[in-house]
Ligand binder design. Structure first.
Ligand code: ADP
Length: 183
């Protein structure tokens, strides 16, 4: 069935910058329907459980962090005490949890034809500096992983969106009870 539901989180930078309305409008204008929504202040425990803790994720996120240090000419062994991708990935996860719990977030479920893929397309790639104009990350942020590495934080990119229908199902269940989805 091409009609899907997907989970979106407006991250603390979207809320603090007053971009909640703008961002939701973009999804609605594309034809996606809001079927659930709430504002929450997530706990570190919640965010630890929400984001993946697989070795694959750690290695992939960690190698990007190591690359960012390389770009700014910083020796990761001196800065974070390791040049092992999995170790660097665990550090990224900690920074991500810190970011996602630094202020209120808005969690919503969007429904529509191929919603998972369409929402990822509207949001754009992870790094705002490389996200094309017309995407949410490209239009509302100029942050980048090298600047974030310089400042010992993750990249502030405004929005989280599920990256597959299977992840969407898990993530929707994580935040909403069945009766909270007004489908
Ligand atoms: P996306 O949100 O685009 O699906 P991921 O799921 O890989 O990206 O990572 C989750 C979030 O963690 C990203 O949106 C970003 O905020 C942060 N992040 C992940 N990897 C890095 C990295 N190497 N450098 C900076 N921030 C990162």
């Amino acid at each position: 069935m091409p009609v899907e539901k997907t989970l979106v989180i407006l991250k603390p930078d979207a809320v603090s910058r007053g971009l909640v309305g703008e961002i939701i409008t973009r999804f609605e204008k594309a034809g996606l329907k809001i079927v659930a929504m709430k504002m929450v202040r997530a706990t570190p425990e919640q965010m630890e459980r929400f984001y993946p803790s697989s070795e694959d994720w750690y290695r992939s996120a960690g190698s990007k962090l190591l690359k960012a240090y390389q770009e700014i000419g910083v020796d990761p062994r001196l800065r974070i005490g390791t040049d092992d991708p999995a170790e660097a990935g665990r550090l990224i996860k900690g920074r991500l949890v810190k970011y996602m719990t630094s202020g209120p977030i808005v969690v919503l479920v969007l429904k529509g034809n191929r919603a998972v893929e369409v929402v990822r397309k509207l949001v754009g790639p992870t790094s705002p500096h490389a996200a094309p104009p017309g995407t949410i990350r490209g239009d509302y942020s100029i942050d980048s992983p090298d600047l974030a590495a310089e400042e010992d934080r993750v990249v502030y990119n405004l929005v989280h969106a599920s990256d597959s229908p299977a992840e969407a199902e898990r993530e929707i269940k994580f935040w909403f009870r069945e009766e909270e989805i007004l489908d």
